[in-house]
Structures are given as structure tokens and as C-alpha cells.
Design a binder for this molecule. Structure first.
Ligand code: TRP
Length: 330
């Protein structure tokens, strides 16, 4: 590996087993990036506490299941450090130092705070983006692959790094979002796919479960029977064809528009294609579940590698702040 390689930090909350929205929206991209960057893939268990009001029930299982999905999807522990945030205490130290460089109104103005402040008004929730900035900067990451909804948080991380560098000395990399074309993965009710809405297709669904879920998908309400003309652009099933089927504009859309292709057949083709695409991941998953010791070893080794980098960055941070309290080297 060349020394010039840039660093990427990516993070995900431990929600347990993942769905095809997580897979197509994030994971496949991470798997591509691991060949070209130093990658740190962080399971942000401290961030998960903010949503759960400190609840830790099932947290360990959720971490375990998510790690399995990461590995089954192709993240390679030889190529990237896969680890749990709370195993690297330097995140917490940098979070505290960053908290001195940002005002409360800057945080309360963020849309992510505004949206949830009625339910979540803890000190920890307010500081969520500051901890996220620390996650990134503690590795001196250059790039952070995220969706549009996270752009402001990455901008804030960039701002905090700049503030640190101008207040003390330039030691932190000023990170940037790596916005990628992310295919839109709608859920069965045509909202964004999310575990909390129950409209999702978990990666670890069986073929039958996948077929049933696709059969339950919302479609164009004007197309009730075969023969009724439909509007593929408005149909979430067609959006999924765009991701999982070859030539949907030639093979699916014309039949839908003319009415020749009924929704039942259209959905059957889609679930067959999804099942085919997921088959290798599902097979790897079945094997990985049998080796829990291996999974925890991957996370431990990942944490050691992450700690190594984070400790070296924090030494520079403390030195820049004149807080390296040690006797002078001779
Ligand atoms: N806030 C991110 C999300 O909800 C999760 C996250 C925490 C993260 N720390 C991060 C993402 C650091 C990227 C980098 O998806």
C-alpha cells in the first residue's frame, strides 16, 4: 500500500441486520472504496445511545448482526479496519476538546436537531454531530462517504478541524464529504426504506420472504388490473427494477405503460432478480453466523489498528494544545 493513500472514515449506527437500502446506498460503495483508500469502518455504538435514551438492550446482538452483514457484503478485514467506536476512547477525548470550539446555537440550528428535539433533548443528542466530527478527525480522514442528509454534519466536522487548526496549530486534516450517486431504494409503502418504518427488505430474508414483501409493494394506484396502463416513473417497484434488473427501460417500462405487463408478473421478475443478486451475500452470511469467535476477533483486531492511528493523531493534538505534560526528551 502506498503512503500517499488517502484515508476514509465511514460510520453506521448498529441497527442490527441490514436491509437492501443500506446495502445499495452505502455498503457497496464502501466495498469499492476499500481498494483505493485506508478505510476505517466504525460501528458507532455511542451514537446509538442518543436515539435509545441510553438503552443498551440488544446492542451487542445488533453490533454482531451488522458486522456479519458488512463482512458478507464484501468488506474485507485485511483491507479495512472494522471496529466499534467505544473501543477507541480517543473519540471521546477529541469530542470533549471539540465541544469547546463550537457554540450551542450552531448545534441547535442543525436540521437533524430541529427534527427530533421534541423527542430527544439530551445533552448527548445535542452533541451528536460533535462526536461525529471527532469520529472523523481522530483518524485524520480526508473523505467521508455519506448521503445528502449527512452533508451538514461533514461540513461541521470540516469547520471544527479548521477551528482547531487556526486556534492551535495545523495538525488536523479538514475532511470532506464523498457524495456518491446513490440509487434510491424505496420501501414497500413508497417511503424511504427504513427498519423503523417496517417497509424494508432485510438482506437475510429468505427468498420466499423477499417475494412476499415485493408482492406487498405499493404500486401505481391507477393500475389495478393487467391491461390498465401504468406509470413506471411513479412506481417504487420500477425504481427497484432500475437497480436489480437489466434493461428495465426496454424490458419493463413499455409493458407497464401499455398495460400488457401486470403488476403481479412485474413483481415476480423483480423478486427473482433481487434474490439472485443477494444469493452470494446470503450464503456467506449463513457461514459467518456459525463463527462468532471470528466476528469478535475481526472487531478486536480492527480496534487495535484504529487505536494505533487515533493515538498518534491525539498525541499531535495534545502537543499542539501544549497539553502534552511530560518531561522533556533528552
Ligand atoms: N450520523 C451518521 C448516520 O446517522 C452515523 C455516523 C456517526 C457517521 N459517526 C459518523 C457517519 C462518522 C460517517 C462518519 O448515518
Amino acid at each position: 500500500m502506498s503512503e500517499k493513500k488517502q484515508t476514509i472514515l465511514s460510520g453506521m449506527q448498529p441497527t442490527g441486520s441490514l436491509h437492501i437500502g443500506n446495502l445499495e446506498g452505502a455498503l457497496r460503495n464502501w466495498v469499492r472504496l476499500q481498494d483505493d483508500y485506508w478505510m476505517f469502518c466504525c460501528i458507532v455504538d455511542w451514537h446509538a445511545l442518543t436515539a435509545a435514551g441510553g438503552q443498551t438492550k440488544d446492542l451487542k446482538e445488533r453490533i454482531f448482526e451488522m458486522t456479519i452483514d458488512w463482512l458478507a457484503s464484501g468488506l474485507d478485514p485485511e483491507k479495512c479496519a472494522i471496529f466499534i467506536q467505544s473501543e477507541v476512547k480517543e473519540h471521546a477525548e477529541l469530542h470533549l476538546l471539540f465541544s469547546m470550539l463550537i457554540t450551542v446555537p450552531t448545534l441547535t440550528r442543525l436540521p437533524t436537531y430541529q427534527e427530533k428535539k421534541e423527542q430527544l433533548d439530551s445533552y448527548g443528542f445535542l452533541g451528536y454531530p460533535v462526536l461525529q466530527a471527532a469520529d472523523i478527525c481522530v483518524y485524520n480522514a480526508h473523505k467521508v462517504p455519506v448521503g445528502k442528509d449527512q452533508e451538514k454534519h461533514i461540513w461541521l466536522a470540516n469547520d471544527l478541524a479548521k477551528r482547531f487548526n487556526s486556534t492551535y496549530r495545523k495538525v488536523l486534516v479538514e475532511p470532506e464529504a464523498l457524495l456518491t450517486e446513490i440509487p434510491l431504494i424505496p420501501g414497500s409503502d413508497d417511503r424511504k426504506m427504513s427498519k423503523s418504518y417496517g417497509n424494508h427488505i432485510p438482506i437475510d430474508f429468505t427468498e420466499k420472504q423477499t417475494q412476499k414483501k415485493i408482492a406487498s409493494y405499493f404500486t401505481d394506484p391507477k393500475k389495478v388490473h393487467r391491461g390498465d396502463p401504468g406509470t413506471p416513473e411513479k412506481c417504487p417497484v420500477f425504481l427497484l427494477h432500475r437497480v436489480y434488473s437489466e434493461n428495465p427501460d426496454q424490458e419493463i417500462a413499455p409493458g407497464c405503460r401499455s398495460g400488457e405487463l401486470g403488476c403481479v408478473d412485474c413483481k415476480k421478475t423483480l423478486s427473482d432478480n433481487i434474490n439472485e443478486a443477494l444469493q452470494p451475500i446470503r450464503e456467506r452470511r449463513v457461514e459467518l453466523v456459525k463463527t462468532p469467535d471470528y466476528i469478535w476477533d475481526v472487531l478486536q483486531t480492527g480496534a487495535e489498528r484504529a487505536r494505533h492511528r487515533a493515538q498518534s493523531v491525539m498525541e499531535k493534538v495534545r502537543a499542539a494544545m501544549k497539553m502534552a505534560y511530560r518531561k522533556k526528551k533528552k
